[in-house]
Design a protein around this ligand. Structure first.
Ligand code: XMP
Length: 502
């Protein structure tokens, strides 16, 4: 359901209007303080009849429009005096709904609409003042409205693409009903973030850890625009980065005029500490602790002369907003790297891209003039290639993996497939198998290729790669990378698998 909340927020933002996700226990005063033009209620897999979260009823007394989607639709019926029941004939998946009233949020729709349902309960009795606006054979109250009070409920999901006119419904609500003004385009978002950072930081100095990923790069660029060379970036070369990563990221930052970039080559330290380590959690711990150590050393040595008061992080919106059923204020820290730094170093945290989705971070990056190839780079985990080599990490294995990964990426880009994929990479399996090359038998490693489609990495499907492309990639890797004689393509979903290999 968290996915559905994020999807709704993204749809609204894609229409150019700011949307924020609030937890069900947000008080009416807190909602009022945000001065919203409308409220959308949605988001629990539970039943309103069996302890699902109930928002403060006074949300209906704010005098602003309310749209209830699915669970929110049932909430509306439940809280306003209607009735919700668990029906035998549950509505799941694609359905045709009859539109009874083509006004309000359903304005401009046709008589029969294809929509997507996904909930067991139904509103069986309308609250006072409401009329039916849409129904199916088994769900009489699939849509209802009290147009006078501007309350609308739909049992189905307008945010998913299966609902053919879902975007129209959301647009009707935010523009037609709420009269929202467009306030969410990446140019003004970037401008506002920079202005806010200036205010927040004043004449302070900030340190940011660059990881090679797009989030920290965009965060650093925004900060640079806000405070110039009072931003200090530390880029730790762990020896576990992708091919060419240090060079391309450094070049991009320096070309903006950025002076205080400290690239610290700590690869020997990391790799020597990882010798003989096989257990994935142990690898992660060693890397995390080593990172903190290097970062702290940089603060007390290279950056000693500066009065650094802030640590910037590339936390993004989905990292912060957890499911509606968990308590609020549950801001998650993105990577274990920074876990102990702020308290130990008495640094305040600043998170320039904390309100943005990944695709928004990327669009802001483009707006700021960052190179396309860096902005559209696939996510890369903090522990780097260490969690893409199963078993022991050795310089030989790292070199093979780095090359194989670079060839894979290059082929995907050449084929125009790269940007269709959420995340792709090569992983090395610590097995040597027999092969034949020319007249000779070989005994080399297996490379597994992973490419997944996902929204946020929480769940993922394997990317349906064209077979011809897979064949080309496989030949290219075996042909160009010494030490590999077999290529596997991973066709498992997450769950049950994970995205990374450890
Ligand atoms: P898994 O392998 O858990 O990965 O399915 C889900 C997503 O998270 C990324 N990932 C990490 N990112 N530090 C990070 O910054 C980490 O320790 C880490 N572990 C996994 C992974 O690349 C995928 O996008």
């Amino acid at each position: 359901m968290e996915d559905s909340l994020h999807l709704i927020a993204r749809r609204v933002r894609d229409l150019g209007v700011k949307a924020e996700i609030l937890h069900g226990d947000t008080t009416v005063a807190e909602i009022q303080a945000l001065n919203p033009v409308g409220v959308i209620l949605s988001g629990s897999p539970h039943s309103v009849l069996e302890g699902g979260p109930l928002p403060d009823k006074r949300v209906f007394e704010l005098g602003i429009p309310v749209l209830g989607i699915c669970y929110g639709h049932q909430l509306m019926a439940h809280l306003l005096g209607g009735k919700v029941q668990n029906k035998e004939n549950k509505e799941f998946g694609k359905e045709v709904v009859s539109i009874k009233k083509k006004t309000g949020i359903l304005k401009g729709l046709v008589a029969k609409e294809v929509v997507w349902f996904s909930h067991g309960d139904q509103a069986t009795k309308l609250p006072k003042g409401f009329v039916i606006t849409a129904s199916t054979k088994t769900c009489a109250h699939a849509g209802f409205a009290d147009e006078k009070r501007r309350f609308f409920g739909i049992q189905f999901h307008p945010e998913v693409t299966h609902t053919v006119h879902g975007k129209k419904i959301i647009s009707n609500f935010i523009f037609g009903i709420c009269k929202a003004k467009k306030d969410w385009d990446m140019k003004s978002v970037a401008k506002n973030i920079i202005a806010d950072l200036k205010k927040e930081i004043g004449d302070g100095h900030v340190v940011v850890g660059i990881s090679g990923g797009v989030d920290s790069l965009v965060a650093a660029t925004l900060l640079y625009k806000a405070i110039g060379n009072r931003l200090h970036a530390v880029f730790v070369d762990t020896g576990l980065l992708r091919k060419g990563e240090v060079e391309s990221v450094s070049k991009s930052l320096r070309s903006q005029g950025f002076k205080n970039l400290h690239v610290i080559d700590a690869s020997e330290m990391f790799l020597s500490r990882l010798v003989g380590v096989i257990e994935p959690e142990e690898k992660r711990k060693i890397i995390g602790h080593s990172f903190v150590e290097v970062f702290e050393k940089a603060l007390t040595e290279e950056l000693k002369a500066y009065p650094i008061g802030y640590l910037a992080q590339g936390t993004i919106y989905p990292d912060r907003v957890e499911s509606a059923s968990t308590s609020k204020h549950s801001s998650k820290i993105k990577s274990h790297h920074n876990l102990t730094l702020p308290e130990r170093m008495k640094l305040k945290i600043v998170e320039p891209v904390k309100d943005l989705y990944k695709d928004e971070v990327r669009r802001v990056g483009e707006e700021l003039g960052l190179p396309h190839a860096l902005v559209w780079r696939h996510p890369f985990p903090g522990p780097g290639l260490a969690i893409r080599i199963v078993g022991e990490i050795t310089p030989e294995r790292l070199a093979i993996l780095r090359e194989a990964d670079a060839v894979f990426t290059e082929e995907l880009k050449l084929a125009g497939e790269y940007e269709k994929i959420w995340q792709s990479f090569a992983a090395l399996l610590p097995l040597k198998v027999v092969g034949v090359m020319g007249d000779a038998r070989t005994y080399e490693y297996i490379i597994a290729l992973r490419a997944v489609d996902s929204i946020d990495g929480m769940s993922a499907d394997w990317h349906k790669m064209p077979h011809e492309l897979l064949e080309k990639i496989s030949s290219a890797i075996v042909g160009k990378v010494r030490g590999v004689n077999r290529i596997l393509y991973d066709v498992t979903q997450k769950p049950p698998a994970t995205i990374e290999y450890e």
